[in-house]
Design a protein around this ligand. Structure first.
Ligand SMILES: NC(=O)c1ccc[n+]([C@@H]2O[C@H](COP(=O)([O-])OP(=O)(O)OC[C@H]3O[C@@H](n4cnc5c(N)ncnc54)[C@H](OP(=O)(O)O)[C@@H]3O)[C@@H](O)[C@H]2O)c1
Length: 280
């Protein structure tokens, strides 16, 4: 299978590269070689390389940058992916896109499921929400995986995810300063494996929540990580206000995975335990 990974240098992209099936031919353009906004070039790339599957792990993921450059956020996270999804449909190539729990407002007490109605409260969430809508409008066969709080290590994003920060603070005996937010932290390796497992399920489409099982505040994550690393947790809760609105709960769970008989992702603690090899 010819597989194009958009966003190959990012956290998820790095794990997709590491976990790919050797039998597949991977196409891994850098951003300057194939910018998702250049949809004419995307079309030519798909056609020339006979791409069977396009995994879109590209995105403007910096929430502050989205807030300060809304137009760019919408281009990268919504308009361009929708156009690419449409091209893939026309070229009979499967389109898999990654979205986020930030499409919700965070007011729900329990974890969000696929049938909950999105109601984003910041520019990043709005751009990702529009992306979901436009992609499925233009390519109803597309698959959109909503995930949350990706963690792990990659050349480009080492240290930039909250879980990596927490582990770094624990290992150096420092206090972790954290917002009181609830998430479903998801190991990039596990999400990548899950995405590859869906290669065998071409009929799976629409929106699916793909996270490691569980919902935790960052303080709870720190307690778990301290136990696993045999360090002492020290947490200070950040009370300062964000420069933008942030959902206080973006944890996700899937009501669809079981009913569709798809492989379930493991629980967060097991994933974190495995991921520690990358940090120690
Ligand atoms: N990280 C999380 O906690 C999280 C949570 C939920 C959902 N998600 C979603 O999961 C996906 C992957 O996230 P991630 O954390 O792996 O992202 P990331 O580490 O920030 O990487 C983003 C990737 O997108 C590429 N990119 C950005 N703008 C582009 C453009 N205009 N054209 C082509 N490529 C472009 C970047 O290339 P450069 O290296 O050249 O910048 C990079 O490879 C995103 O859709 C994100 O919204 C992430």
């Amino acid at each position: 299978m010819n597989v194009l990974i958009m966003g190959q240098s990012g956290l998820l992209g790095s794990y997709l590269k590491r976990t790919a099936d050797k039998k597949d031919e991977l196409f891994l353009p850098e951003r300057n070689e194939l910018n998702i906004k250049d949809t004419q070039k995307f079309y030519e790339y798909i056609k020339k390389n006979k791409i069977d599957l396009c995994i879109n792990a590209a995105g403007l993921t910096n929430v502050y940058l989205c807030e300060t450059n809304v137009e760019e956020a919408f281009k990268v996270n919504a308009y361009a992916p929708a156009e690419c999804a449409k091209i893939c449909r026309e070229e009979k190539s499967r389109f898999v896109h990654v979205s986020t729990g930030f499409v919700f407002d965070g007011k729900k007490i329990s974890s969000y499921v696929e049938s909950d109605i999105p109601s984003p409260i910041n520019a990043y969430g709005e751009s990702k929400d529009r992306g979901e809508l436009f992609i499925l409008r233009d390519n109803p066969d597309a698959l959109i995986l909503r995930t949350d709080e990706l963690f792990g290590r990659s050349a480009s994003s080492a240290g930039h995810n909250v879980i990596a920060y927490i582990i770094g603070q624990l290992l150096s005996g420092k206090t972790a300063t954290l917002y009181p937010i609830k998430t479903s932290p998801t190991y990039g390796y596990d999400l990548a494996k899950f995405i590859w497992s869906l290669k065998r399920e071409p009929e799976v489409k629409g929106i699916l929540h793909a996270v490691n099982k569980g919902a935790f505040t960052y303080a709870e994550v720190t307690e778990i990580a301290a136990r696993l690393t045999k360090t002492k947790a020290s947490v200070r809760t950040r009370n300062d206000v964000f420069k933008y609105k942030v959902p206080q709960n973006c944890s996700l769970e899937s009501e669809k995975i079981k009913s569709m008989n798809l492989p379930e992702m493991r629980c967060f603690e097991d994933a974190l335990k495995d991921s520690l090899r990358e940090f120690l």
